[in-house]
Design a protein around this ligand. Structure first.
Ligand SMILES: Cc1cc2nc3c(=O)[nH]c(=O)nc-3n(C[C@H](O)[C@H](O)[C@H](O)COP(=O)(O)OP(=O)(O)OC[C@H]3O[C@@H](n4cnc5c(N)ncnc54)[C@H](O)[C@@H]3O)c2cc1C
Length: 361
C-alpha cells in the first residue's frame, strides 16, 4: 500500500493529525493495533475546558461523563482548592469520535494492525495484520507520523536520530470504584502522600463512580504499584469517599522527561510519543490534540508546497511547550526528593504543582 501520509497510532494525537490532513484533501492512512479505537481506556479522563477550542465537546455529549468545577490538592495537612473547570470524559467515546471525524473526512483507518518496523531510508513501515493470522503489512509513505503513545515499541532503524524516545515514566495504575459522596463532588482531587513517592494519587468523579489511581516514577522508586494503590484505597475508603467494589483496573505509562526530538527528515512525532505529557500533572490529552492537529496542518502545507516544513512544526511546538515542560521536568527532579513526610509535602507542593502561585515564583 502507498500513501501520502502514514500515521501510527489512532489515539487523540494520531486521529487529530489524520483529521486535519483529510480536511485538506491529503491522502492518509491511520493505523492502530486496537480492535476498538479508544478501548481499553488507560486514562483518568480529566481534560480542561480548553479542549473546546480544538474539539467542540458540546457536539459529542456522550463523550462527556460530567463537568468538573475545581481541582483540589490534598496534602494530608491541608486541602487547597483551585478553579479547575473541565470535563470528565468517556475517553473511549472521545477517541472514537475523533477517529470517526477523520474517516468521514477521508482517512483510511486500518485497525488491528501492529506496526513493528520503520525503514526510514526506504520510506516504509511494516507490521502484521492481527485480524488475519498476522499477515505481513507494508506501507510506503511520503511522510510518517509517529503518534504511538508513550512507548515506542518499534524496531528502530539505525537511521533514526537519538532523542526520539521518552526517557522516564510515571507508572500509573487505576481502578473504577463507587463514589459514595456523590452530591456536590464536582472536583478532581489529587493527593500527595509519602506512600506515593515521585507522584500522586487521584480521585476523579464520574457520576456515581470515580477513577481512583496512583502514579509513581520508576526506577526512581522501587515500590510495587499495588502496595501504593492499596494504601491509597484504604485511606480514601476510611474517609468514606469510595466503596469497596472495584469494577475494573487499568495501568499505563506517563512520560515525564519532557519534549523529545520532534522530527527528522520526513518523520515527525506528536502526542505522548513526542513527550508532550505534562511531567508534573500527567495531563496529555489536550497537548496530543493540539500537536496532532498542528502536525497535520504542517504536513499538508509541506505536500502542497513541495517543501518539507517539519522544522516549522518543531519550532511552533517548542514555542508553546518547551519552556513549561522543561520547568515541570526540572521541578519533578528537584522537589520530589524533598517531599518525604506530610509537613514537607505541604510546604513543597506549592512549588511543584502549577495551580499554586508559588510555582511561578
Ligand atoms: C493512568 C493514566 C491516567 C491518565 N490521566 C490523564 C488525564 O486525566 N488527563 C489527561 O489529559 N491525560 C491523562 N493521561 C495521559 C493521556 O492518556 C495521554 O497523554 C494521551 O492518551 C496521549 O494521546 P496519544 O494519542 O499521544 O497516545 P495514546 O492515547 O496512547 O494513543 C496511541 C495509540 O497508538 C497505538 N499504537 C501504539 N503502538 C502501535 C503500533 N506499534 N502499531 C499500531 N498502533 C500502535 C495504541 O494502540 C494507541 O491507540 C493519563 C495517562 C495514564 C496512563
Amino acid at each position: 500500500m502507498q500513501t501520502e501520509v502514514a500515521i501510527i497510532g489512532a489515539g487523540p494525537a494520531g486521529a487529530s493529525a489524520a483529521y486535519s490532513l483529510s480536511l485538506k484533501g491529503i491522502k492518509n492512512v491511520l493505523i492502530d493495533r486496537k480492535k476498538t479505537i479508544g478501548f481499553p481506556v488507560q486514562c483518568a479522563e480529566f481534560v480542561s475546558r480548553n479542549i473546546n477550542q480544538f474539539i467542540n465537546l458540546t457536539k459529542i455529549p456522550a463523550a462527556i461523563n460530567q463537568k468538573v468545577g475545581f481541582m483540589d490538592i490534598d496534602t494530608g495537612r491541608n486541602l487547597y482548592r483551585f478553579d479547575g473547570k473541565g470535563y470528565m470524559l468517556n475517553r473511549d467515546i472521545f477517541d472514537d469520535y475523533i477517529a470517526k471525524l477523520a474517516v468521514k473526512a477521508g482517512t483510511n483507518l486500518i485497525k488491528r494492525t501492529n506496526i513493528l518496523k520503520i525503514n526510514a531510508g526506504g520510506n516504509r513501515i511494516s507490521g502484521v495484520d492481527i485480524s488475519d493470522n498476522n499477515k505481513p503489512v507494508e506501507i510506503t509513505y511520503g511522510y510518517l507520523i509517529i503518534a504511538a503513545g508513550p512507548q515506542n515499541s518499534f524496531d528502530l532503524h539505525d537511521k533514526f536520530e537519538p532523542g526520539l524516545k521518552n526517557k522516564s515514566y510515571v507508572f500509573a495504575t487505576q481502578v473504577k470504584a463507587d463514589l459514595l459522596k456523590v452530591e456536590g463532588l464536582d472536583s478532581a482531587i489529587c493527593y500527595f502522600r509519602p506512600y506515593i513517592p515521585y507522584g500522586y494519587g487521584w480521585v476523579f468523579p464520574k457520576g456515581k463512580f470515580a477513577n481512583v489511581g496512583i502514579g509513581i516514577e520508576k526506577p526512581k522508586v522501587n515500590m510495587p504499584l499495588s502496595s501504593s494503590l492499596n494504601n491509597f484505597l484504604n485511606e480514601i475508603r476510611n474517609k468514606g469517599l469510595i466503596g469497596f467494589n472495584i469494577y475494573g483496573k487499568t495501568s499505563g505509562l506517563i512520560p515525564v522527561s519532557g519534549l523529545n526530538n520532534l522530527c527528522f527528515g520526513n518523520i515527525a512525532l506528536c502526542g505522548d510519543a513526542a513527550g508532550l505529557t505534562h511531567p508534573v500533572t500527567g495531563a496529555g490529552i489536550l497537548s496530543a490534540v493540539i500537536s496532532g492537529s498542528l502536525l497535520g496542518d504542517y504536513i499538508a502545507k509541506s505536500l502542497r508546497s513541495s517543501s518539507n516544513l517539519l522544522e516549522e512544526y518543531k519550532e511552533e511546538i517548542e514555542s508553546i511547550f518547551r519552556k513549561p515542560l522543561s520547568v515541570a521536568s526540572r521541578k519533578r527532579c528537584e522537589l520530589y526528593p524533598l517531599m518525604t513526610d506530610e509537613e514537607s509535602i505541604d510546604k513543597t507542593v506549592k512549588s511543584l504543582w502549577p495551580s499554586f502561585e508559588e510555582y511561578y515564583g
